[in-house]
Ligand binder design. Structure first.
Ligand code: GLU
Length: 306
């Protein structure tokens, strides 16, 4: 990759068929990269072995292709990259930043400070204060999760669409988990390691992940990885205000592909994105010269049934 070249990414979680919301963020991520002459990589975020299946991975790729969204290089599967996450974990451990946490879910909730903006409890650091004797006794009982100490870190990120966001991590998110007690590495660690290792320079994704971004930038700094540019696109909401999810079967690609052609679906989304003044069927390729961050809405969009 040439210096200064843009590299974007698709990072779907293959736990079901893609829905309209996934398609929306995929289209915008692809346009943001291609409109700058950039490349695109595909990473299947399949660390949750209970929910992810190879058939869903295959389906995601077929659906992206059907829409006219392509990528460069071979697809990357997170489930095959444990060694990379382990190395990063060791790097952080060597810096003295990690500690084992034996709290059960119930204890975590009881021991939590006020909630984060995404509703998750802020861990109060209980396990960080345990004596060596307590830790030794707990270690005989069960395997720990591992957390990273955030202390007073203050992280500000300029988002292409949402403006500047700033978090003081101890107050706004708390020490967070990097490895679960069953040994699975957490999304936050995997995504940072992968974006760094894959040379991603531009992260375009749904604004539900805006709140995770300061944690990811914190990890990038601790691991000495470059910080990509971030653009968090608005979410698509159902008419009752809920965000579209995989359980909204009628907004799932299997259903949509029976009712629309790919250019019709892309045209509907492009119109809502402000890229075309009136609805018309269009291919992603035709939208490349029309893409601009300044046209996109920043607020979530209500989508009545297509
Ligand atoms: N795999 C995540 C999802 O499908 C996206 C992660 C990311 O873009 O950082 O919601």
């Amino acid at each position: 990759m040439a210096d200064g070249a843009v590299r974007g990414r698709f990072a779907p979680s293959p736990s079901g068929r893609m829905h309209l919301g996934n398609l929306w963020s995929s289209l915008l991520a692809w346009l943001a990269a291609r409109s700058q002459g950039g490349s695109m990589v595909l990473r299947l975020e399949d660390l949750d072995r209970d929910r992810c299946r190879q058939e869903y991975c295959d389906q995601v790729m077929r659906d992206l292709e059907w829409l006219g969204l392509d990528w460069d290089n071979e697809p990357v599967y997170q489930s095959r990259r444990t060694e990379l996450y382990h190395q990063a974990f060791r790097t952080l451990e060597e810096q003295g930043l990690l500690y084992p946490c034996y709290c059960t879910r119930a204890e975590r909730l009881a021991a939590s400070a006020p909630h984060r903006s995404d509703g998750a409890a802020i861990y109060d650091g209980r396990c960080r204060r345990r004596t060596p004797e307590e830790l030794a006794a707990l270690a005989r009982e069960r395997a720990p999760a591992w957390r990273i100490q955030v202390d007073g870190a203050e992280i500000a990120v300029d988002d292409l669409l949402q403006g500047s966001i700033c978090q003081r991590l101890d107050r706004d998110c708390g020490d967070f988990i990097l490895r679960r007690s069953d040994g699975v590495y957490a999304y936050q660690l995997a995504v940072v390691v992968d974006d760094g290792e894959m040379g991603v320079t531009q992260v375009v994704r749904g604004s539900d992940l805006l709140d995770s971004t300061p944690r990811q930038v914190f990890l990038q700094r601790k691991l000495g990885l470059p910080q990509p540019v971030y653009g968090h696109v608005p979410l698509l909401l159902a008419p009752d205000g809920r965000r579209l999810a995989k359980r909204d079967r009628d907004q799932e690609l299997g259903e949509l592909r029976q009712r629309y052609t790919a250019p019709q679906l892309v045209g509907l989304l492009a119109h809502r994105a402000g890229l075309i003044p009136e609805y018309a069927p269009v291919t992603p390729q035709e939208l490349v010269p029309l893409f601009s961050w300044t046209k996109l809405p920043a607020e979530d969009l209500v989508f009545s049934r297509l």
